[in-house]
Design a protein. Structure first.
Length: 634
């Protein structure tokens, strides 16, 4: 690589080299002030798109691209063009890339290489979707011009630099869509590490520029009138929105019921005298338009309606489109006010009505923060309604919104996935997104759909009752199945014991003991002897009472004489018939036991299903769907 000397950065020279017939393939910009570097990079992108409306501009920040998946996702979300494709096509492109890259989300470094060796890799998915986007371009036959800017390039990790110079570089070289792609590297300072990357990537020449600090660089102004500087180019919406978002966060941290605004934070770069001089060529209506348009970063009918009536907003937007000296077009179709025009409008409003200007400044900062998170106006109704929820899933959404609304919500969940928190199967707006959305609603008087909170609460009460009923039935079913299994197992145990006993008795008949049967009978001899003895004692004096007692005893035993019968099981002479009978009994019992065993298996399967249903239901009813709900404590 042939090294070139480092020169002071000049935006016009950079635009000429990167667009049109310029020969700059790689531009390295060094600046120790990150905010200044970001600002200059944003202005460079805006200038390039004004010079070539069909050009594609992409700016990827290393702080938000820690792995290839995040890098490609940020590429898709930050892709901009003035006229090559419509903003809707850009949004669809970002959505398709997000879906294509979803299998790579969350992959660790050790799994990334295995994923890349599988069915395609991250960079190939990005390139394929970009090629599909070009099929819908206004000039599909003309090779597109792509300028890729890498912000804070020196903060990329070694793994990311290796991926950029190998896998991504190879994918770009194999695609016609990236033939002639230009690169801009913004960094705090160049080092051996960045030089090694340039060599690995294969750049023949890298144009090196340095941006001096504000204190070392003399201001360059071109006079357009007495005492007035020529308006500077507008900042790109991403950079300016980030600055406004930082201001918004500081405002949001205060109590919304108090006067939040400090006059020092709202000072403009132009005093009242200069503002009046700037606006002297406009009539009163046009000056009011200029004041309204100076607050939002992205000016559209929608954003202007926050500061004036619907009719005045439409008139103001149409007037701005007819005055290109005051604004520049944004890739989304909105307008971006030039810095001096914006400063003049705010300064004029502050001089005429300070209190109203303070309120508008607060609203503008929150509006810009809200736009930073949700850029598309058509989808703003979604976070305004979703901020009500503590969490939600597809079942809840399908119960509350129409089919078309569900499609829009799904698209927003894909495009703005960073603004949502995912826990198991449920999602919710991130705390920061909720805070910005609610502050925006408070200041703009926007509200969720009428009756949505009541419908959500009723849905939760219904789901809670359904949970209690369902869990009661499932637990009852579990108890019935468990009892039936236990009874069936007892039957199996009894039948197996009977089967064994019958077989043992058949195989060992001699081991059975004889059965003794006790009974009583009468003995005529003893009765006669006893009666005779008693009679003799009565007739003869020689025979006394002793013999009479003996006769009585003999007579009693004669009437109750005990007898013992020994019974044995008869031995069957027909052997083959007995064998057939026991075999039939054994087969019948085995078949019965097998049937009961199969029944137990089926019931155990049913029991497992019931236990899974109980596990899915959980231990407690669903928490309230609304984040703030008085029924929570009931």
């Amino acid at each position: 690589m042939n090294e070139e000397s480092t020169t002071q950065y000049d935006q016009k020279t950079a635009v000429a080299g990167l667009s049109g017939k310029g020969k700059t393939r790689a531009l390295a910009i060094s600046c120790r002030e990150k905010e200044r570097s970001s600002k200059e990079l944003a202005e460079l992108g805006s200038s390039l798109m004004r010079a070539e409306p069909a050009l594609f501009w992409v700016c990827v920040d290393s702080s938000r691209a820690k792995n290839p998946f995040e890098w490609c996702s940020q590429f898709a979300r930050s892709l901009r063009t003035a006229q090559a494709v419509t903003p809707m096509e850009l949004a669809k492109f970002a959505l398709q890339v997000g879906k294509a890259l979803s299998p790579f989300r969350g992959l660790k470094a050790e799994n990334q290489e295995a994923a890349n060796n599988g069915k395609g890799n991250v960079s190939n998915h990005l390139v394929e979707n970009f090629e599909k986007l070009l099929e819908k371009a206004n000039t599909p036959s003309t090779p597109p011009k792509v300028v890729l800017a890498l912000q804070t390039f020196d903060e990329y990790s070694d793994e990311m630099l290796a991926w950029l110079s190998s896998e991504l570089n190879q994918s770009f070289r194999e695609s016609k869509a990236f033939n002639g792609c230009r690169f801009v590297f913004a960094m705090s300072e160049q080092s051996e590490r960045t030089e090694k990357f340039f060599n690995d990537f294969g750049f023949e020449n890298v144009h090196r520029n340095t941006i001096l600090g504000e204190e070392r660089q003399a201001p360059i102004q071109e006079k357009t009138g007495p005492g007035l500087a020529k308006p500077r180019q507008a900042e790109d919406s991403d950079a300016s929105s980030q600055a406004d978002a930082d201001l918004s966060k500081s405002l949001l941290s205060e109590d919304s019921s108090t006067n939040l605004v400090n006059v020092d934070t709202l000072e403009t770069s132009m005093d009242a005298t200069e503002a009046k001089r700037f606006c002297s060529s406009y009539d009163s209506v046009e000056r009011s338009f200029l004041k309204f348009a100076s607050y939002p970063t992205r000016v559209s009918r929608f954003t202007l309606e926050h500061f004036t009536s619907d009719r005045e907003a439409a008139l103001c937007f149409n007037w701005l489109k007819r005055n290109p000296s005051l604004c520049t077009p944004h890739p989304s179709g909105d307008l971006v006010m030039l810095e001096d025009a914006r400063a003049a409008g705010r300064a004029l409003d502050f001089s005429e009505n300070p209190e109203q200007a303070k309120a508008r400044s607060v609203l503008a900062s929150v509006l810009d923060a809200f736009h930073q998170k949700f850029p598309d106006h058509d989808y703003h109704w979604i976070p305004i309604n979703l901020q009500l929820f503590e969490s939600f899933d597809s079942k809840i959404l399908n119960s509350l919104f129409s089919h078309d609304e569900i499609l829009q919500i799904s698209q927003l969940l894909e495009v703005s996935s960073d603004e949502f928190v995912v826990e198991e199967a449920c999602k919710s707006l991130s705390p920061d997104a909720k805070l910005v959305t609610r502050r925006y609603m408070e200041l703009s008087e926007k509200a969720p759909l009428p009756g949505l909170a009541d419908r959500v609460r009723q849905l939760w009460l219904k789901d809670q009752a359904t949970f209690i009923t369902r869990k009661s039935k499932v637990e009852e079913e579990k108890g019935n199945i468990s009892a039936e299994i236990e009874g069936t197992l007892n039957q199996i145990t009894a039948l197996e014991a009977m089967k064994k006993t019958m077989l043992d008795e058949f195989r060992k008949p001699k081991s059975r003991r004889a059965e003794k049967v006790y009974s009583f009978s009468s003995s005529k001899a003893l009765i006669a002897l006893g009666m005779g003895t008693m009679g003799a004692s009565l007739l003869s004096e020689s025979i006394g009472a002793y013999h009479a007692a003996c006769g009585l005893a003999l007579t009693f035993f004669g009437f109750f004489w005990p007898m013992v019968d020994v019974k044995r099981a008869p031995v069957t002479a027909d052997g083959p018939r007995s064998n057939l009978a026991i075999e039939t009994q054994q087969r019948s019992l085995s078949h019965r036991i097998s049937s009961l065993g199969n029944r137990v298996k089926v019931m155990k399967g049913n029991l497992d299903n019931v236990e899974r249903q109980l596990e899915k239901l959980g231990e407690s009813p669903p928490a309230p769907y609304l984040e703030f709900d008085e029924t929570r404590d009931n």
